[in-house]
Design a protein around this ligand. Structure first.
Ligand SMILES: NC(=O)c1ccc[n+]([C@@H]2O[C@H](COP(=O)([O-])OP(=O)(O)OC[C@H]3O[C@@H](n4cnc5c(N)ncnc54)[C@H](O)[C@@H]3O)[C@@H](O)[C@H]2O)c1
Length: 265
């Protein structure tokens, strides 16, 4: 997919401070790179310190402001402390993208899912999103507004064949959390929206997809009206749209980014 150069050189987020949980992951790192390209100062919160350091190295001596903290988003004290440090380095928090999450290697089939799996998936996805959102709100209130984007999934919007009940429950819960936050924070000019991606082949999922037989792969593609797998950029761009002033009257929604694979009523 050709990159829209004009769009990429827009400085829509010049001097804005953007925190991204899971910002060192497959989608998070592309979202981070796109915000940086568009002028933002970016703070990455992730449990994977090696992946954070790779990103920091990449931007060292480029003039872009990129900082990172290793954090487990399940730990509210650590999240509060890390957000405070990053807010100080970046001069506040204008945008939070809460992308840390996933099915985290837990099984898909009910009989194999343990209570530990359920706790892990709910805690990282739901509690982690809650912790990050709660931590940034005081900074957004102080500066007169902001924007939070949570990560749901097609698996939280419909019964996906790929992921199991723990993931489905967590990603559906994030939608309730998003709507309630949007209602509560609207009066402070803080918009809260969710993005629900379909299947995006990050490194982790590329392996799973390439191990499928040709007919299984064709089945996946045939279920997508647009008839192709997306680039990771095609998830990042809608996130930046929701974070931009072009979405200034949008709050409490979920944006499905799935090539038409799931069309809600
Ligand atoms: N890739 C897809 O097809 C897809 C589809 C729908 C939804 N999503 C959602 O998008 C988000 C990003 O997914 P991805 O595909 O980039 O996954 P990924 O595994 O590449 O990235 C997730 C990142 O979160 C970090 N993380 C995991 N547990 C954490 C914790 N406890 N504390 C802090 N950081 C933690 C990981 O280190 C990783 O960098 C997830 O919420 C996922 O559920 C992805």
């Amino acid at each position: 997919m050709a990159v829209n150069v004009r769009y990429m050189t827009l400085q829509r987020f010049k001097d804005k401070s953007v925190l991204i949980s899971g910002g060192a992951g497959g989608l998070g790192s592309v979202i981070a790179a796109t915000f940086i390209t568009q002028g933002a100062k970016v703070g990455i919160l992730d449990s994977n310190i090696d992946a954070i350091n790779l990103i920091l190295d990449k931007y060292k001596s480029t003039g872009s402001v990129v900082v990172g903290r290793q954090v487990d988003v399940r730990d509210s004290k650590l999240v509060d402390q890390s957000v405070a440090e990053l807010a100080q380095s970046l001069g506040g928090v204008d945008v939070l993208v809460a992308a840390a999450g996933g099915s985290l290697g837990t099984p898909r089939d009910l009989e194999q899912i343990t209570e530990i799996d359920l706790d892990l998936v709910l805690d990282v996805n739901v509690k982690g999103t809650f912790n990050c959102a709660k931590a940034v709100v005081p900074y957004m209130k102080k500066s007169g507004g902001g924007c939070i984007i949570t990560f749901s999934s097609i698996g939280g919007r419909s019964a996906s064949p790929v992921t199991g009940v723990a993931y489905a429950a967590a990603k559906a819960a994030i939608l309730g959390l998003t709507r309630r936050l949007a209602k509560e924070l609207g009066e402070f000019n803080i918009r809260v929206n969710s993005i629900a991606p379909g299947l995006f082949l990050t490194n982790r999922l590329e392996g799973m997809f390439s191990e499928m037989s040709e007919s299984e792969q064709a089945e996946v593609i045939n279920a997508i009206p647009l008839g192709r797998m997306p680039s990771l950029q095609e998830c990042a761009d809608p996130v930046l749209f929701l974070a931009s002033s072009e979405a200034s009257y949008i709050t409490g929604i979920v944006l499905d980014v799935n090539g038409g694979r799931m069309m809600p009523n």
